[in-house]
Each structure stands twice: as structure tokens, then as C-alpha cells.
Design a binder for this molecule. Structure first.
Ligand SMILES: [Cu+2]
Length: 124
């Protein structure tokens, strides 16, 4: 009898882990969606996005934050819906874009594209 109740206990533990794994695996928890920050102009004063390449999951959001050497914007190649062509002048000015389709998205800052201020978002 002791053996029987012990194995019932372990079955319950196993069941709990299976449910937990299912919820994680299907993205059933909405708290899984993340917001990743990208700075416009690096802390060290470079004309670049920081980080310049970001890998996120489908449904995640990128928060673009104006940092140094303004003005900046972010225009996505072939994706007007993700682009923010208004120039940000004030430090700390920010906006967010949510990525709902997997793919690789190239973007740039219009005033500084020639200076190499380009970025990439990889949505898995
Ligand atoms: Cu710029």
C-alpha cells in the first residue's frame, strides 16, 4: 500500500510537469511576450543602433529609445507599417513596434544611413 500511494504521488508530479511544459511550449502564457530596447546613438557617441542586430520571438516588441547624436528615426525596408519616419530630437523620446510575423527585417536611420546607422531585427 505504501508503494501504491508513493507512485500515485509521482504520477501527480509528472502530470504537473507535463502541463507546465505544454503551457511553455505553446506560448500559452501571454507574459512570454517581451519588450527589447534599442538605443538610437550609442552610449559612447557612435552613430549606430545599440544593439544593431536584435533577435526576438514572434509577438515581441522593440522599444526604440532616442539616445545620442539626434535626430534619428527608423525606416524598415519594405515595411512602412513598422517604420517611424518622424525624426526624434529629444533624448529619451521613444516609440514601440511589435513584430507579429517571423522574418528578417533590415532598417536604417534616414539622416545617418550613409554613416552606417543601420540595423537588423530577426523575428523567430
Ligand atoms: Cu540617426
Amino acid at each position: 500500500m505504501v508503494f501504491a500511494s508513493l507512485s500515485r504521488f509521482w504520477y501527480q508530479i509528472l502530470g504537473a510537469f507535463l502541463v507546465f511544459g505544454f503551457v511553455l511550449g505553446t506560448g500559452g502564457l501571454s507574459v512570454n511576450a517581451a519588450t527589447v530596447e534599442v538605443k538610437l546613438g550609442t552610449d559612447s557617441g557612435m552613430l549606430a543602433f545599440e544593439p544593431s542586430t536584435v533577435t526576438i520571438k514572434t509577438g515581441d516588441t522593440i522599444k526604440f529609445i532616442n539616445n545620442k547624436l539626434a535626430p534619428h528615426n527608423a525606416v524598415f525596408d519594405g515595411h512602412e507599417e513598422l517604420s517611424h519616419s518622424d525624426l526624434a530630437f529629444a533624448p529619451g523620446e521613444s516609440w514601440e513596434e511589435t513584430f507579429s510575423t517571423p522574418g528578417t527585417y533590415d532598417y536604417w536611420c534616414e539622416p545617418h544611413r550613409g554613416a552606417g546607422m543601420v540595423g537588423k531585427v530577426i523575428v523567430e
